[in-house]
Design a protein around this ligand. Structure first.
Ligand SMILES: *Cc1c(COP(=O)(O)O)cnc(C)c1O
Length: 441
């Protein structure tokens, strides 16, 4: 068995063993599941692995979503399955705050070693990305004694009360869910397609001016930024933007927090996206790709910041659950063993020329952007920069109808994003790109 192997065999029965169809499940869902929880697909999953998902109707999809950049090592990756199975047989939960265990410590050791920066680090584990971001803010405020948190246009940091305040986009994330947490300030992002092509230094100077005039450097606890924005549209800042902000934060005594929840764990062709520009964050938030699909998140960073918080000030019942920790250790091993950063670079090399060809042929693509296995096209009305969310939705729907799972994103809903599992085979990737190409008409 290899990590690249797909689903085992055609489904004779679905996961539950009872004969059912997506249509039946969709009806049951309507009567049982809250409407506010949406799904991209109306098909229900039977099994998934490698670069594909198979639904309960026996239909196979090429997976360009990876559960939103989570299954970087693939679904049910062999090492993860083995580690999880062994762990659930030993114990499932003791709570690290009550009776600690080795795998939590081992995950923290791995994260301290893998993340950018050769300084002394500590980590703490949580359940979700939003929870990691909340804790990074707690740590930064505690360590600095300052209140303000600076975030950026188009940012996405989660859906809890504090992280909704940090997130930029109103619909669907914030609409009618306020009032939101205070002391959050938004600065202009570097977005080369839409800021007139400002270089990184100029865009950073503009953001810094906003911060200094509207917040005051001495009030800033944390500057929080995604090195490549995720839900906001796969926005890649101009080179130099992140290093300039890093430098400003150091001078201002503010904590530079990189939210690598979507970009982390080999997704962009390196272990972490900050490494593309040699940026060393003080704190880094991690989740999504960390544990092969099991819920786990982390804050990793400078020991003196992490350890500033009093004993008992950080934690949570499930944070660093032993099954999730076993999965994380197995995922990290898989990333090393298969060199998934190199796989992400191979995905980029095979995909970008295809996206450029689509751009040239159709005239609706304003920009092809991203890194590694985190790639996107921004779709506009031809000859303009006017966002075209309708065409974006239509292309995505055509992909779904033809057997390719794609996602959209962006403040304007006009970005089609590709996030395949990094273990996708060359053949599956090529088939997916053929479907995508045809979906543009
Ligand atoms: C997904 C995401 C989050 C929130 O993670 P959850 O696990 O959904 O709470 C935060 N930041 C970024 C950059 C993300 O992509």
């Amino acid at each position: 068995m290899s990590a690249r192997s797909g689903p085992a065999s055609p489904a004779a029965a679905n996961g539950g063993g009872t004969a059912t169809s997506s249509e039946d499940l969709h009806k049951r869902r309507g009567a049982a599941v809250a409407r506010g929880v949406g799904s991209v697909m109306s098909s229900y999953v039977d099994r998934a692995g490698g670069g594909t998902i198979v639904d309960v109707d026996g239909r196979e999809w090429i997976d360009f979503a990876a559960g939103i950049a989570v299954t970087n090592v693939g679904n049910s990756a062999p090492r993860v399955v083995e580690a999880v199975r062994a762990q659930v047989e030993r114990f499932t939960h003791t709570c690290f705050m009550v009776a600690p265990y080795e795998s939590y410590v081992a995950v923290c050791e791995q994260l301290n070693a893998l993340t950018p920066g050769r300084f002394d680090k500590r980590s703490a584990l949580f359940n979700s990305g939003a929870e990691a971001v909340e804790n990074a803010v707690k740590i930064a405020r505690h360590a600095t004694g300052r209140p303000a948190v600076v975030v950026f246009d188009h940012a996405y940091h989660g859906r809890t009360n504090l992280t909704m305040a940090l997130t930029a986009k109103n619909m669907p994330y914030k609409h009618r869910f306020g009032p939101f947490a205070g002391e959050i300030y938004r600065a202009p992002m570097s977005y080369p397609l839409r800021d007139g092509g400002l270089d990184g230094a100029t865009a950073a100077a503009r953001a810094i001016e906003t911060i200094e005039k509207q917040v005051g450097a001495e009030n800033v606890a944390a500057l929080l930024i995604e090195p490549i924005q995720g839900e906001g549209g796969f926005v890649v800042p101009a080179p130099g933007f992140l290093p300039a902000l890093r430098e400003w934060a150091t001078a201002a005594g503010a904590v530079f927090v990189a939210d690598e929840i979507q970009t982390g764990f080999c997704r962009t062709g390196d272990w972490f996206a900050c490494r593309h520009e040699g940026v060393e964050p003080d704190l880094i938030t991690l989740a999504k790709g960390i544990a092969g699909g099991l819920p786990l998140a982390a804050v990793t960073g400078r020991a003196e910041l992490m350890d500033a918080v009093h004993v008992g000030g950080l934690g949570g019942t499930y944070g660093g659950n032993p099954v999730a920790c076993a999965a994380a250790l197995a995922s990290i091993e898989t990333m090393h063993e298969l060199d998934l950063a190199a796989s992400a670079r191979r995905i980029e090399a095979a995909t970008v020329p295809r996206l450029r060809a689509i751009a040239g042929r159709t005239g609706v693509v304003a920009e092809v952007r991203g890194r590694g296995g985190m790639l996107a096209v921004e779709i506009v009305q031809p000859g303009t920069l006017t966002p075209d969310p309708a065409t974006t939705a239509a292309v995505s729907a055509a992909c779904h109808a033809a057997g390719l799972l794609t996602l959209t994103c962006g403040t304007y809903g006009n970005v089609l994003r590709l996030l395949p599992p990094l273990v996708i085979s060359d053949g599956e990737l090529a088939r997916g790109l053929d479907i995508l190409d045809a979906a543009f008409g």
